[in-house]
Design a protein around this ligand. Structure first.
Ligand SMILES: [Zn+2]
Length: 60
């Protein structure tokens, strides 16, 4: 079966008006102040949450 009516250009554009992506959010590390991704360990100091730190990726 085919669609009974073709989609008008305006309707296509209205539908696609919701398709834009937004950039990644970032939060400030409470330990060192560097920007980091939410729910991720800090890349600079390895801070995860109070009482938990992991090894930073820039220090091997
Ligand atoms: Zn940090």
């Amino acid at each position: 079966m085919q669609p009974t009516h073709r989609t008008s250009p305006g309707r296509t554009r209205r539908r696609r008006s919701h398709h834009a992506l937004r950039g990644a959010q970032s939060v400030t590390c409470p330990n060192c102040g560097a920007p980091r991704l939410p729910h991720r360990a800090c890349a600079d100091c390895g801070y995860v949450r109070p009482g938990l730190k992991i090894k930073p990726i820039n220090e091997s």
